[in-house]
Design a protein around this ligand. Structure first.
Ligand SMILES: Nc1ncnc2c1ncn2[C@@H]1O[C@H](COP(=O)(O)OP(=O)(O)OP(=O)(O)O)[C@@H](O)[C@H]1O
Ligand SMILES: [Mg+2]
Length: 302
């Protein structure tokens, strides 16, 4: 059914040419597979009862609004980071990744059927897609912080040095490195912004054994990836994990240590007490939208 998927290739194409890099389109509903979810960056499709296809687009967003133009290769970088981090943490906990290899996609009966006669589309998906095991996601974001920044710093300043119920030493400042990483879960809001919660709140909802396991795994994952990042010249200041049940077993799902789920700072410019350079710094886009496009004055388009 190539006709059905063609609109995906037509809209929003950024660059064609050697690598045929194109942005995945605005109209994913045209795809034969059942479209489940459109995030700010990723599109999720159902392949069958047990399998999802997650496509990372080149989109970016500001103030929760998706920008109409994408950034060439961005989706491939995010997808590749997740794949690398899933593969690097299998010894800590199992994860949902089946494959990101297009040749394997072609071997998949379901995908082959869905993309029949559409080698072009398979090519577009290559490098920016994952076939994953469908999980029952837990309704929390499992955040680990190794440095004090963002909402963690706000909590610290507003609650006498306590962040999500964890008491920290006095005298810490913006971007201070914590002696030990802290676990600060948040609710996964269906609507509106996620809200930081205490460990005890999460424990009540999930049970103490599961909560303890998730805390231990989250901290182990953070430490492992922070060490890996440092070898590459990056500080993993904080990050968010998601977990779900696959066949009754806990598994790491979603994306892992990408700039969309983490604060990553260049090691060489780190300075305690100051704003940090970020690997996902959208400040110039926000400045543009406010100063040039007058977003502060006009109604923000949805
Ligand atoms: N293996 C999986 N099984 C089931 N659901 C999953 C799996 N992996 C990820 N998810 C869920 O799929 C959804 C992916 O959404 P996505 O991250 O694209 O957008 P979002 O979380 O709604 O918003 P944002 O773009 O701000 O992250 C999340 O709700 C996530 O929990
Ligand atoms: Mg998300």
């Amino acid at each position: 059914m190539p006709g059905k998927i063609r609109p995906i290739l037509q809209t929003n194409g950024i660059i064609t040419g050697k690598d045929q890099i194109k942005t995945i389109a605005k109209e994913p509903k045209e795809l034969e597979l059942k479209h489940l979810h459109s995030g700010k960056v990723r599109e999720t499709f159902e392949v069958d009862d047990a399998t999802l296809l997650i496509i990372t687009t080149d989109r970016w967003s500001a103030y929760d609004v998706k920008m109409p133009q994408g950034i060439p290769l961005k989706g491939k970088i995010l997808n590749t980071m997740s794949v690398l981090n899933f593969m690097g943490t299998e010894q800590i906990i199992q994860n949902h990744l089946i494959t990101s290899d297009m040749t394997a996609f072609e071997k998949s009966r379901e995908l082959k059927k869905a993309f029949e006669n559409s080698a072009e589309f398979l090519h577009v998906l290559n490098g920016r897609s994952m076939l994953v095991k469908k999980a029952k996601p837990l309704p929390f974001e499992f955040v680990v912080r190794g440095f004090l920044y963002g909402s963690g710093l706000d909590d610290y300043n507003n609650n006498d040095g306590t962040v999500s119920g964890v008491k920290l030493p006095l005298g810490l400042v913006k971007a201070s490195k914590l002696q030990e990483p802290i676990f600060t879960p948040a609710t996964k809001a269906q609507v509106g912004h996620d809200e930081n919660v205490t460990y005890e709140y999460m424990e009540k909802k999930l049970g103490s054994d599961v909560a303890a396991t998730l805390k231990e795994k989250s901290i182990a994952l953070y430490k492992n990836r922070a060490e890996f990042a440092l070898e590459k010249g990056l500080i993993l200041a904080d990050t968010k994990f998601e977990f779900g049940y696959i066949g009754g077993e806990l598994a790491l799902i979603d994306e892992v240590v990408t700039p969309d789920s983490s604060r990553l700072w260049p090691r060489r410019s780190y300075k305690e007490g100051f704003d940090q350079d970020s690997c996902n710094d959208k400040q110039y886009l926000r400045d543009y939208l406010i100063k040039v496009a007058n977003w502060g004055l006009v109604e923000i388009p949805s």
